[in-house]
Design a protein around this ligand. Structure first.
Ligand code: AN0
Ligand code: CP
Length: 323
């Protein structure tokens, strides 16, 4: 594997899920694969899970790991070509990328949506430059539009906890005080559309996800109706994707105080089929989900986060095998 961005990059999902279970049986059985190989993890944004789980996965494989927080100690990086660099940016990505690549074998990058323009974000300008100019395999650790390590971990978690062959999985929008990217719901939708599940999305009007990710998934603006008979509830906030009105891209469309009936609580969970609750974390309690639901016996948020180590290990293992 040279790039890990979309669900198609992982190939057959059955095989990927089987490999995840093989990792869980003994995660240290491939220490020879990573010997004298270095993973460089580059963070333009904050992280708890991605940072720790990906380092752990690389160490499980016997790799060396270097973590760079670009905004804490590195030079500020320019991403546009052709600008006169007389501002606060001291170095250009076009030099920084090949330099960083010269010290490692595999590169992971986290670079969130900037919300300056929908085109810039959806063209994946930053990650594309890493793919083009590093000469190394590149995996996305949440880019402007996707978070595939999260979606893969989510799929592993659903597979482990499903009680029926084809569970009903509901992705629900939930309120949040600040504008958040669409990367998590985009990837979750993309991976659920590729998996053997009955997938439904529910959100207020105006938050329609990009068709390249959501495809022809069922969308219901009535959250209670969408929750009926659900086996898994996956909550997430996202800002306006700007599909129908590009000018609204990245906006929070309503004052969140008026949207609090979308917070996942016992009221909605009551109409499900005793659904499991999922969220990628970090989560704002009593905005996205009530304390009782996230703490309750049906919550999967901790095993879901633990599976981030597993999804990262499958991806790194495949990249090492293809070096
Ligand atoms: C990020 C987001 O919503 O994309 C990261 C989630 C994994 N969340 C925040 O910035 C709070
Ligand atoms: N879920 C997730 O990616 O968490 P972090 O932002 O803490 O890495």
């Amino acid at each position: 594997m040279k790039v890990f961005q979309h669900v198609t990059d992982i190939g057959d999902l059955r095989a990927a899920l089987a490999e995840a279970q093989e990792v869980k049986r003994d995660r240290y059985q491939w220490q020879h694969l990573g010997r004298n190989k270095t993973a460089l993890l580059i963070f333009f944004n904050n992280s708890l899970r991605t940072r720790l789980s990906t380092q752990k996965a690389a160490m499980n494989l016997g790799m060396n790991v270097i973590v760079l927080d670009v905004n804490q100690g590195a030079w500020k990086l320019e991403a546009e070509r052709g600008v006169v660099m007389d501002g606060d940016k001291s170095e250009h990505l076009l030099e920084a990328i090949p330099v960083m690549a010269s010290y490692c074998d595999i590169i992971g990058v986290r670079s969130f949506a900037r919300f300056e323009s929908r085109e810039d974000d959806y063209e994946e300008r930053i990650l594309d430059q890493f793919i083009r100019y590093s000469g190394r395999p590149v995996f996305f650790m949440e880019s402007a539009t996707v978070h595939p390590l999260q979606a893969f971990a989510d799929l592993i978690t659903i597979e482990e906890h499903k009680a029926t062959a084809r569970p009903k999985v509901v992705l629900t929008w939930a309120p949040h005080p600040k504008a958040l990217p669409q990367a998590v719901p985009n990837s979750f939708a993309e991976w659920m559309q590729a998996a053997d599940v009955d997938f439904v999305v529910t959100h207020p009007e105006g938050y329609e996800l990009d068709p390249q990710f959501v495809g022809n998934a069922r969308v219901d603006y009535d959250q209670m109706r969408a929750f009926e008979g659900a086996d898994f509830v996956y909550a997430k906030n996202w800002s306006c994707p700007g599909v129908t009105r590009p000018a609204d891209y990245g906006r929070v469309l309503h004052d969140y105080h008026t949207m609090m009936d979308w917070t996942v609580s016992a009221r909605q969970m009551a109409v499900t089929r005793d659904a499991r609750f999922m969220h990628c974390l970090p989560v704002r309690r009593n905005m996205i989900v009530t304390d009782d639901v996230i703490e309750g016996p049906r919550s999967l948020v901790i095993p879901e986060a633990a599976n981030r180590e597993v999804s990262a290990q499958v991806v790194l293992k495949r990249m090492l095998e293809a070096l």
